[in-house]
Design a protein around this ligand. Sequence first.
Ligand code: C5P
Length: 309
Amino acid sequence: MGAPTETAVTVRVPAKVNLELRVGPLRDDGFHSLSTVFHAVDLVDDVTVRPASTSSIVTTGPYADAVPAGPDNLAMRAARLIAERVGTDEHVAIEIAKSIPVAGGMAGGSADAAAALVAVDALWDTGFSPRELHELAAELGSDVPFALHGGTAIGSGRGEQLVPVLAKGTFEWVFALHHEGLSTPAVYAECDRLRGREPVAEPEPSSGMMAALRAGDVDALADNLHNDLQPAACSLMPRLRDTIAAGLDEGALGAIVSGSGPTVAFLCGDRSEALNLMVSLTAGNIADEVVGASGPVHGAHVVHDVRRR
Ligand code: C5P
């Protein structure tokens, strides 16, 4: 006789890098209007939910210690938000197998929230439409809707309004991680400080970036990588400038701080160039950790659902 089948749903969710991040004026609600191009890469977290008598959350993997374990955890907030909306007092035990760096500018916490939404939605069979899930995701954070959708997409508003981008091909990335995190609000505040009183226009996607993606042209993509938060992230963590220079010296086609940093993303011509870059960055002790990933990949999706047996 086999072990009893345990009810559990596991959702896999990708990290993101912003290929373009244009920051507009500070809005009255404390957010900045954005025009960004999100790109999902196959550096993933797996989030498992199980029915339980009380709510709990555990994280495993290399970044487990840095993840909040209480009600502040964004995945826990996602589960509570769904419970509130469906009006249930049921609880779930959440387990996060974490590979996406914490506070790295790759939307790791947002990814876990999106995964928890999809997992709890499946477990409780809530019947929310994709639009309703998107709205719940946007309540949890600006980057959560993109983690639901994945692929390559333009984000506007505060990042939560998404339109898919016509993009050809797969791109190979190397990410230089720093164990010291950067706070997203602090990086936006530093961006405002560096800009001073200069007037800031409403941001728009650049035609160069759109053309590069449409053509699947890696060289043009490298030339068009742009992040308005990069000067602010480098101002708060000056060693990022050395990380960027080292990767470009070692053959990366392009380099960009990912989101609000401090992760630096290097774009490579193909997988073998990415492997060579990983070896030289690791040997040169350029960052605390170096990982490779490719994109685009799908957003949050169920990989294990025992209820279907
Ligand atoms: O939406 P999220 O919780 O990820 O945002 C974290 C913080 O980042 C916000 O409180 C805000 O300080 C800053 N932010 C911003 N403009 C955005 C997105 C985030 O100023 N569009």
